[in-house]
Ligand binder design. Structure first.
Ligand code: 5RP
Length: 224
């Protein structure tokens, strides 16, 4: 993975919020990657924390970094979740799921006391929607779910990887929905959740506590 100064600065800044004894949610993607590397350094320097991961990829990275991953039946609390975003606005509303981990990411974001969003400056937008909204759907009769979403104006595209259908860690498909501009995110979220076959959508409207934005010169700005 290429070093990206803004992403690295944001990821490393977020790790500063971790204190001994915390249980930490580990996000997914190329920005959360830098937070996980820094958390690994803290652990190897003696800081005692526990962690849960939002994807198999992040869990593997955490294990390589010697970060203790605990099973979900042993989780009493999640103090901080550190995760990336595909878009964020100044009201701390997010689009997530570009990496396909939105379901696990949302489950952990909801459970966490705080969600720190790590991102480079390119992710900050005035209005959500330019980034296609990922919607995770069941594989059963997915074509019918696709048609329902198409009829609602979502302009869905089935996500592919290497010319095959992309399959999430949960065994589902992703439809990337091209709205261009999302005017009423709460209404859209409710509408998507009402479609049978939709497992989860990539709108994260009420979870972020702080945006940590990294810039190409290595500086960081926080929006709370
Ligand atoms: C994965 C995500 C990621 O957090 C999002 O795609 C941002 O990734 P990156 O930091 O690589 O740009 O939602 O499902």
């Amino acid at each position: 993975m290429q070093t990206d100064i803004g992403k690295k600065a944001a990821g490393e800044k977020a790790a500063e919020y971790i204190k001994p004894g915390m249980t930490v949610g580990l996000g997914t993607g190329s920005t959360a990657y830098y937070a996980i590397l820094r958390i690994g350094e803290l652990v190897r320097a003696g800081m005692e924390i526990k962690a849960v991961a939002t994807s198999e990829q992040s869990e593997q990275l955490a294990r390589e970094q010697q970060i203790p991953i605990i099973p979900f039946d042993k989780v009493e609390k999640i103090d901080i979740d550190i995760d990336g975003a595909d878009e964020a606005d100044a009201q701390l509303q997010l689009i997530k799921g570009g990496g396909g981990a939105l379901l696990r990411e949302k489950i952990i974001a909801v459970a966490a006391k705080e969600m720190l969003v790590v991102m480079d400056e390119s992710k900050l937008v005035k209005q959500l929607g330019k980034f296609p909204l990922p919607v995770e759907i069941a594989t059963f009769a997915w074509e019918l779910t696709f048609k329902q979403l198409a009829a609602s104006g979502a302009n869905p595209v089935l996500r592919l990887k290497d010319n095959n259908r992309f399959v999430t860690d949960n065994g589902n498909y992703i439809l990337d929905c091209r709205y261009q501009k999302i005017h009423n995110a709460a209404a859209l979220e409710a509408q998507l959740n009402s479609v049978p076959g939709v497992v989860e959508n990539g709108l994260f409207l009420h979870y972020a506590s702080k945006l940590i934005i990294g810039y190409q010169d290595g500086t960081v700005r926080e929006i709370t």
